[in-house]
Design a protein around this ligand. Structure first.
Ligand SMILES: CC(C)(COP(=O)(O)OP(=O)(O)OC[C@H]1O[C@@H](n2cnc3c(N)ncnc32)[C@H](O)[C@@H]1OP(=O)(O)O)[C@@H](O)C(=O)NCCC(=O)NCCS
Length: 394
């Protein structure tokens, strides 16, 4: 049995945030019906990198989902959709605020079709406020969240992350909110809810230190290549063989372990507490820099591991593919797919002991489940399906 067996989700979202969240539910056994624009599909299907004109990310993003086509612009499309709503538990949508209402599919209509439906909205700025109606994508919204301002070096322009971090964090929050709403509805016999997820608030929720810092000290956290002001030592240190290692002593016991690894017990009386290290960080940072530079990365790693100091070199994707920890955890799985024969993708995560989730199939072809969903679930005949298709409704 799967953790989410019996839960049916309509994924009418596009691009990353909403669909990726829906994909996590699919990994754990929810029946996720991906509703896509006829002929075109989710614009994610065309997003690079491409191989022979096909998105290499679609097999992972679309995995475990059932793709059907349906155009919300048509009355008949809306009617079909409401039939699906009546048989589902959750809708995940990420149209701009007001778009579903514009199509005559506002909450009142959805609730009429299914009073128990849970609706998870993903938007740039949330469902309320002066920006609610604006278009949003992850990278600009990460800038709005305050994170981009703090990322990079103080003497250079801020940098955005190398992938759509805000979207994925919004996707996670869509999952969390949806699961809480399902628990509240089904286990607590509570009212079905709407879940309101924006692209910026998932990141903002993590900025606890910086919010308090500005509130209490009036200090704006400026760019620094490492989190500053909380730990010492902290940083990217270069080894003798020109590799970069990250060492962070976030807690006092870890600093004690570092003293052990560096054979510097003399530091302890003065620097055992973080506040004393932070008051005078330079001697420690200089000593750690010189210590790391005196060893190869393998020597450093051995020494840190022996004393219990967390350390890692900075991994590239090649390093990940070659690492025994990733291999032992089966973090990379090869999944057959029509487009490429097979493609590697991240395994199901998190790992559940009794219902671990699985990848049953890679992202399906556009509309490849039309017959199953419209035929078997909604009971449409072959003739009806052919007419819907001919008229561009599905
Ligand atoms: C992504 C975004 C910027 C796209 O903006 P947009 O193209 O103006 O689209 P809207 O949200 O108004 O949605 C309407 C469009 O959805 C598209 N669409 C997708 N699936 C459709 C379907 N099954 N049926 C009908 N239209 C569909 C149509 O192109 C439609 O445009 P049209 O009515 O002008 O033909 C916008 O949807 C948005 O801000 N979403 C919230 C934030 C978000 O999740 N962004 C993506 C993060 S990864």
């Amino acid at each position: 049995m799967d953790a989410l067996e019996g839960v049916r989700v309509l994924d009418i979202a596009t691009v990353i945030a909403g669909p990726w969240g829906a994909g996590i539910l699919a990994d754990f056994g929810a029946e996720v019906i991906k509703v896509e624009m006829p002929g075109r599909g989710d614009s994610f299907r065309a997003m690079g990198p491409l191989k022979d004109g096909v998105s290499i990310r679609w097999p992972s993003m679309g995995r475990n989902k059932k793709s059907i086509t349906l155009d919300f612009h048509y009355e008949e499309g809306k009617k079909l959709f409401l039939e699906l709503v009546s048989k589902s538990d959750v809708i995940i949508e990420n149209f701009r605020t007001g778009t579903l209402e514009k199509w005559g599919l506002g909450m009142d209509v959805l609730r009429k079709a299914n009073p128990d439906i849970i609706v998870t909205h993903v938007t740039g700025y949330g469902q309320t406020g002066p920006y609610a109606h604006l278009a949003g994508l992850g990278t600009p919204l990460q800038a709005f969240s305050g994170m981009t301002y703090m990322t990079g070096y103080p003497d250079r322009p801020p940098v955005s992350p190398p992938f759509a971090l805000a979207d994925y964090i919004a996707g996670l929050n869509a999952v969390i909110g949806t699961m809480m709403a399902l628990y509240h509805r089904d286990s607590m016999k509570g009212k079905p809810q709407e879940v309101d997820v924006s692209l910026y608030e998932g990141i903002f929720r993590m900025e606890e230190a910086m919010i308090a810092q500005y509130d209490l000290f009036g200090t704006v956290r400026e760019r620094s290549p490492m989190p500053s002001g909380a730990s010492c030592p902290i940083g990217t240190f270069e080894t003798k063989d020109s590799r970069y290692a990250i060492i962070v002593c976030s807690t006092n016991p870890v600093f004690e372990h570092l003293c052990d690894a560096m054979q510097r017990p003399d530091w302890l009386p003065k620097y055992a507490k973080a506040k004393d290290r932070l008051a005078d960080p330079k001697p420690i940072m200089d000593a750690v820099t010189a210590w790391v530079a005196s060893m190869t990365y393998d020597e450093l790693k051995k020494c840190c591991d022996k004393s219990g100091v967390p350390v890692s070199s900075i991994y590239s994707m090649k390093d990940i593919f070659e690492d025994p920890q990733y291999a032992a955890r089966n973090d990379i799985v090869e999944v057959p797919c029509e487009e490429f024969g097979s493609v590697k993708m991240p395994a199901v995560f998190p790992v559940l002991s009794e219902t671990p989730g699985k990848i049953k199939w890679a992202g399906p072809k556009l509309g490849s489940y039309n017959n199953e969903i419209y035929g078997n679930l909604l009971g449409k005949t072959e003739e009806e399906l052919a007419a819907l298709q001919k008229n561009g409704i599905i």
